[in-house]
Design a protein around this ligand. Structure first.
Ligand SMILES: [Fe+2]
Ligand SMILES: [Fe+2]
Length: 240
């Protein structure tokens, strides 16, 4: 696969082929939608219900960071004269990615979401490292740093639940069972032709199946380290 190596500044966008314009717009819009999709699931419910005041502060801080990530992706679209602020009021059922249509009834869901879904988010964002759209490099390092914080907080909370006794362990396992499959699906279908176009235009680096494989290799040992069971990968399998 050949790869496009130019760096595109916003002023050059209009001169780019239609395919590049639409792929870049699509990528930035989906990412902005995912960034705000998380807070829409948990802010109302968990900000003031998290187990301790430290956890409540943490939920608020994570939400603040996600809102900031959304703001940065909308800003990167704004540099192209594209206004997608409509995603701020999009109903949950209309989110771009299925993970953000789900509910989080148990605290274990918030924790597993951090460990597994923010981890997928990190993978998606890593795709944009050395993006051909030049402004990405102004925003990406801080976003990636913050995602790592969300992931490790989720892991810590799951560990706490597992250690708290049978009830906590069962809740942690149920949450892992749910979000693991949701996470695998987020990588998209294997053999996607659109992903090849993204790679060719320097907007992504890995195919969906490569990224999913690496994710599994990273996350499975972490689930085992928590003393939990790795869910059956074929259970969801929308992606195969
Ligand atoms: Fe984020
Ligand atoms: Fe996050």
């Amino acid at each position: 696969m050949t790869q496009f190596n130019d760096r595109i500044e916003p002023k050059d966008f209009a001169k780019m082929p239609k395919e590049y314009q639409s792929l870049l717009t699509r990528l930035l819009t989906i990412q902005a939608d995912c960034e705000i999709g998380g807070p829409h699931i948990y802010v109302d419910h968990w900000t003031l219900r998290a187990p301790t005041v430290d956890d409540q502060w943490r939920v608020a801080k994570i939400a603040m960071e996600e809102i900031d990530h959304c703001r940065k992706f909308l800003r990167m679209l704004g540099l192209l004269e594209i206004d997608r602020s409509d995603i701020l009021t999009r109903p949950r059922s209309k989110r771009e990615v299925d993970a953000f249509k789900e509910d989080m009834p148990h605290w274990a869901d918030f924790a597993a979401f951090g460990m597994l879904i923010d981890k997928v988010g990190e993978y998606q964002l890593e795709e944009m490292t050395s993006s051909s759209y030049r402004p990405v490099e102004d925003y990406l390092p801080q976003i990636l740093r913050e995602e790592k914080g969300h992931i490790s907080y989720g892991q810590q909370q799951l560990e706490k639940l597992v250690k708290s006794g049978d009830e906590g362990r069962a809740a942690a396992q149920a949450a892992i069972d749910k979000w693991y499959i949701v996470g695998l699906d987020m990588f998209g279908t294997s053999g996607s032709s659109r992903t090849e176009r993204y790679i060719e235009w320097g907007l992504k680096r890995r195919t969906n199946e490569e990224a999913r494989r690496q994710y599994i290799a990273e996350v499975d040992p972490q689930i085992e380290a928590l003393g939990l069971v790795i869910p059956d990968k074929l259970q969801g399998r929308k992606y195969l």
